[in-house]
Ligand binder design. Sequence first.
Ligand SMILES: [Zn+2]
Length: 66
Amino acid sequence: METGTPNTSGTGTARLSLPPVRPTPVDNCDVCTALAVQRAEARSRGDYSAETDCNVEIAAHAEGHC
Ligand SMILES: [Zn+2]
């Protein structure tokens, strides 16, 4: 059973598990910088899975910033 997916016109193609907004790494944070480098490397080699992982990690970690 589907959980009420509105199967109308194809709108969601490329962003199934991606966060709605690409998280922006914080400049003076070592974790953000490292994740941003990993994300750039993953992106440059076409590894979208790893890129998404980095986005999720940055987004989750960014909630700890003050
Ligand atoms: Zn950070």
